[in-house]
Design a protein around this ligand. Sequence first.
Ligand SMILES: NC(=O)c1ccc[n+]([C@@H]2O[C@H](COP(=O)([O-])OP(=O)(O)OC[C@H]3O[C@@H](n4cnc5c(N)ncnc54)[C@H](O)[C@@H]3O)[C@@H](O)[C@H]2O)c1
Ligand SMILES: [Zn+2]
Length: 629
Amino acid sequence: MATSKRTTRKRATRAARGVSTKGRGRVRTSVPVDLDERSYAVELGRDWLTTIGRRIGRQLAAERIALITVPTVARRYGPMLTRGLESTGARVGRIVVPDGDSSKSLAQLGKLYDRFLLQGLDRQSAVVTLGGGVAGDLGGFAAATFLRGIPFAQVPTTVLAMVDASIGGKTGVNLSQGKNLVGAFHQPRGVYIDIDTLRSLPVRQRAAGAAELIKAAAIWDAELFEWLEGRIEAFLALDSRVVLPALERACAIKAQVVRRDEREGGLRRLLNFGHTLAHAIETHARYRGILHGEAVAIGMVFAADRSEALGFAPAGTRARLEGILERAGLPTRAPDRPRRAYLSAMAVDKKKQDGKIHFVVLKGIGSAGTVMLTPQEILPARWRPSPSGRARGGGDVAALEMRRDRRGDVVELGHSVRMRLERIAAAERDRRAGLAEVAIAAIGEPTEWPARVVQALASLPESEGGQARSILESGLDQWASDLGFPPLDALCDVEQAAERVAHEQPMRAEELERPIEIDELERAFAEAEAQTDEMHDVNAVAERVLMDEPIGLAELSGQVLGLLAEEGVARQEREEVPVDAAVVEDAARPMAPDGGDAEEAGQRVSASLLATLERWLENLERRRAGRAQ
Ligand SMILES: NC(=O)c1ccc[n+]([C@@H]2O[C@H](COP(=O)([O-])OP(=O)(O)OC[C@H]3O[C@@H](n4cnc5c(N)ncnc54)[C@H](O)[C@@H]3O)[C@@H](O)[C@H]2O)c1
Ligand SMILES: [Zn+2]
């Protein structure tokens, strides 16, 4: 494939005209959770946090809202959501609880009530939770109990919370004696999902959430299971064409199960598939070192194995389940502990009746049932955890986490993830050899930060932005060397490069056409910067750039407004973009109906990209100077 400046420019021009509107805050689907007067909807979309805020604000129609969240999420997404909530006239008090399951405690709950009273919350007030299952369970329980119950809405930001925890109305906290021992059923007024919030979620957490997604398919929906079998890597890489339909279907499954069985009778129990052994594993690990979804993955493979042995499921069921879980980088073998350790952990299962446990078995992929078994029947005498068992996240543990832990982790990378990262490295080599288009094609959907940096660099005119470019390039060099990849020296064999792209990934026309969205770049830079080690408090900087100085609107408003205009977004929504009139007018000019001079528009985009790079550079240098003092 030949590279030409011309094509690069065309891409930029398309971006300038807002061809990338597809999906921008628009792709929205709704899954009803039908519970008579407690009915609500799960709404899914992308890039629409502020709109979510506005929708929740209108729906709750509360004068005061307590927004309950955790630090990472608060920093990244709090301001956008708050802006939306406040635009409907609500007074929003943000309450940030510490990260982790230990926040699901009576002590933390007490602090929440104190804050509610301080904020003057009354019966007309409401709660909004923003975060994973911890924020949702704790915030939901606070809403369920404060003044005997006030309304709440959920904005889940982990895969697990999106497909599982946020739907169904189970809320609660832990006691020192065990998890979720105090709780209430309190249905939210709505669940609002912005899949773009998953971009900041570490891959390991994504995979753990995917375990629950795979679980839903395994017990209920053979078609979804098969569909996921062909797409699990794309799901983890957050390809929106996979994530949206997958989440929608999983939410529908959870909604259906909950509708038919709101209070945990027989049907809802099926959702515990894989959880019997998982809980035993978690108990022994004291909830450290292993994520819930990882334990569930192990538990599911075990339960599928037992289902086959007990004659419920046809041979091959376990192998299919194990296959997809392994590809997701999840562990599938129980940690090596004596059988009696597992038995004793199962014996304290809080759902036990007459010494027996409702054990969920598969009847095949897509269908499940329960049998009453004693722990001894569940774990027959000859059962042993596999000696080759990997106790902890076997494969695709977040690439982002590898820098922190350099001991042999590259070897442990899941095969598919490693291949993908290698492809990104190869793309960067191609780019350095001047094959920008080849690089872009090889990368496909740029979900990882290095991919986005490569893509950004590939889209910039070669002659400009030298210093910013070299910082980003050295960030990539560092990344490659951390992973033990060969240096990112330019590869000069054009034919070989083109062939590699053709082989490794059938080039899809739409991917080549897809322009980079400006905010994607912003995020890429934020993450790239986080990896350069140049900066200590990356989050503070990201927040300043992304939130406080709303993504450099002076440079970018042309884009934003162009997109809004093209989408015909209501005036009222448009007014929310905080820019002054002069900037608006100026920025809107190249978006005139005739499109102005396409070339000029393309140059504008390059200029704004450069300006962004330059700004980041400035930040870096200011930081360095600050530290030198
Ligand atoms: N209510 C239910 O029906 C139900 C069902 C399943 C699980 N749960 C509960 O859910 C909890 C687990 O939920 P979880 O896995 O979401 O854990 P979590 O809420 O602790 O989130 C996991 C981690 O991801 C971080 N995070 C969340 N969103 C992020 C984002 N968008 N970007 C970057 N980081 C982000 C969090 O700060 C946290 O460190 C458990 O307490 C479990 O008991 C409840
Ligand atoms: Zn679970």
